[in-house]
Design a protein around this ligand. Sequence first.
Ligand SMILES: [Zn+2]
Length: 391
Amino acid sequence: MDRTYNVYIDNGLFVVANLLNIKIENITIENLKENTGLFADKIYEFITCNKYSQIGGMSFFNSAYSQPAFRNNRKEKIKEQYDIIMSNTGEDEYCCLCGKKHIKYNKDKEYIKKLNRAFIINGVADSFYNHSNNLQTINVCPSCILLGMLSTLNMRKSGYIVLYNSESDDFMYDLTNERQIQNLNDIVSDLKFDDKAKNTVNLQDEILHFILEKTIHKNNLKVYKFSNGKTEFYDEKFLKTSDLELFNDIYVEDLLHEFNEYYLFNNLLQGNLKYIYTSKLIDFKKDELKCSKELIKFLEGRLNRLSKELNEIIKKISEGISDINNKDCLLELKSVSSYNKFIELILRWVEIYKNKQEKDLITSEEFDLLTNRMKYVSIKNKMIFELILNK
Ligand SMILES: [Zn+2]
């Protein structure tokens, strides 16, 4: 089977590959049909283990994982649900998630009767199941539904449920293997529920562990947080290769402790680190750094890559402005909220400088380079950096 890059289906695929000890491309529909008993056993052990007991309800709410009616014989009910799902395999309709023609047109009575929200993975439930009154229009194939439900074995909790999806197959095999070994250990030792710290993963620690221990450096990583339980929640974040490299280097440069003091990992995850680090690390009112020079220097260099020529111009204008004793220049620059306001400020500085020094601060060519709209955020950051270090 092929990856779909749907987080639930992909994780399910690697879980099956792990349990059956085969490669994902060799997994067949028959493999899925024949092993519903094994899958049900594994899921049952997992969701009845103290450490992971909340995951069943938060992932597939109202499924056999959590329905009170299935409290007895839950393991059998899970298998039954899997079998009913797989019984709708056919060759009539295309699946909207994997694109394969794997759906039976005339659905079995039992399938229609028992098909409910619980069978459908989160993304589908949100996108069109909720808006549809006709259950037969759900064109997700049995394999995708089952794989989605099996992704549970790769889930962890960090407030909400956490799942990862990487472009790298090697990483996914590796992560899935690690998860299954840990599942097994936890099921055997069965930690008590009140050991809360051990029931939840720290995203930052985990991602650092991926970077340091696994083959993830050159691949983008998606981080999903969600809950299908009573409070529904869905969120996905995208960590680019460059974000992972940056995080790795922060660790290598021994800056992680300080990076964490300002909760900057969260900004890295949100994708807004470049826009926010100066206001977190500089006290603009006091005109001084809150953090070490090393940290801001590192971030400045990594987040704002500009040409040598542009760097020289920024240096020149920052020194000029410092020379004429413009006390509020840092605050003025910080409060610039748009590209147009940035240009207004530069023009004002140029004028003030000319009045005081009776010469030009920059040439018109330099002004053109400095007011590059595409690079405006980096230019502004770099100027802030120069001004704070030059004061
Ligand atoms: Zn499918």
